[in-house]
Design a protein around this ligand. Structure first.
Ligand SMILES: Cc1cc2nc3c(=O)[nH]c(=O)nc-3n(C[C@H](O)[C@H](O)[C@H](O)COP(=O)(O)OP(=O)(O)OC[C@H]3O[C@@H](n4cnc5c(N)ncnc54)[C@H](O)[C@@H]3O)c2cc1C
Length: 293
């Protein structure tokens, strides 16, 4: 048994939004893999909860008319990884969320919950940042569109108003088209551990695969929130595909980050990881794109 004050189970998105407007203090419950643990440990005991888990309208992945990939927030990690659209166009996202926890967590945990909890270690976050995801956020007042780049306000804090629910995550076609990505998660063991450091890179090469047309790189746990490394991206744009590319990305990435010391790792070790994972993820993404070193 969980110590909830009250649980609402709306049957439609409209009902859920109305309930959220009437009970702004209520927690939205998706897969519950964060909330139920915090409730059991007492941190969220006695909360009122609006469970959206039964709202199938908020589940699944599709391609819109203009080629945008729309991921609904209740899509579980397992379903993201197995989804043919994700596998075809942004496989790195499926690979990233396949590294979350263990099979049970990947079956129940949702991509929406992963970014709404606002933690820097969220395994989907760096890839979504690196693909310039755009969020659809709904309330009884209508829909608000927000770049994911602006969503994280601080550790555990996101730009969601008390009456709002995340209803969509979009990846624009010009962001994912002709790109190849690599996510590397460094953790103390392979399963059931959050990232000590996560790095997601995607690249688009020139037709002859000799020049970087565009490189995007984002990190988890390299700062209080998931972040893009814009200096590294700028330095890599137009660079030749050769051994010095990795050094260019790594030496600039460390200018963009601000990791902390925690019991998992010191700041100094994380800086070293940032440098090393930048190199490895860049090399792997470029090789997937057809680049030769
Ligand atoms: C054993 C274990 C291992 C884990 N390992 C990892 C790991 O390796 N990597 C990793 O990234 N995470 C890990 N997690 C964390 C967790 O599984 C994820 O963060 C998960 O994605 C949360 O999704 P959920 O649907 O379960 O969220 P919930 O617990 O239901 O909600 C999480 C938060 O998001 C809010 N929320 C959820 N959906 C919406 C929405 N649509 N609109 C507005 N607010 C919303 C909730 O109100 C709550 O604040 C682990 C958790 C456990 C228990």
């Amino acid at each position: 048994m969980y110590d909830f004050e009250k649980i609402y189970q709306p049957k439609t998105i409209e009902q859920a939004l109305k309930l959220k407007a009437e009970h702004p203090e209520a927690l939205i419950l998706a897969g519950g893999s964060d909330i139920l643990i915090k409730t059991r440990s007492g941190k969220l005991a006695g909360s009122t909860v609006i469970s959206i888990y039964g709202l199938d309208e908020l589940r699944g992945v599709c391609i819109e008319d203009d080629g945008t990939i729309l991921i609904r927030p209740l899509t579980s990690f397992s379903h993201i990884t197995a989804n043919p659209i994700i596998a075809k166009y942004i496989p790195v996202l499926g690979e990233a969320v396949d590294q979350v926890g263990g099979p049970q967590i990947r079956n129940i945990g949702t991509i929406g919950g992963n970014i709404c909890n606002g933690v820097t270690s969220a395994d989907s976050a760096s890839t979504l940042k690196a693909y310039d995801a755009v969020l659809e956020i709904a309330s009884v007042d209508g829909i608000r569109i927000l770049p994911y780049a602006e969503f994280n306000l601080g550790p555990g804090k996101v730009d969601l108003h008390p009456n709002e629910i995340l209803t969509g995550i979009r990846i624009p076609k010009d962001s994912y088209e002709n790109t190849y990505g690599q996510y590397i998660k460094y953790s103390q063991r392979n399963a059931m551990d959050i990232a000590t450091l996560g790095c997601s890179v995607n690249v688009r090469l020139s037709a002859d695969c000799k020049t970087v047309e565009r490189l995007r790189i984002a990190f988890g746990v390299a700062a209080p929130t998931p972040i893009r490394a814009l200096s590294a991206e700028k330095a890599a744009t137009g660079a030749q595909v050769n051994e010095s590319l990795m050094e260019t990305v790594a030496s600039n990435a460390i200018l963009d980050v601000n990791p902390r010391t925690s019991w998992r790792a010191s700041k100094e070790f994380r800086m070293q990881l940032i440098s090393e994972l930048s190199r490895r993820a860049t090399r792997a993404a470029v090789e997937k794109a057809g680049g030769k070193f």
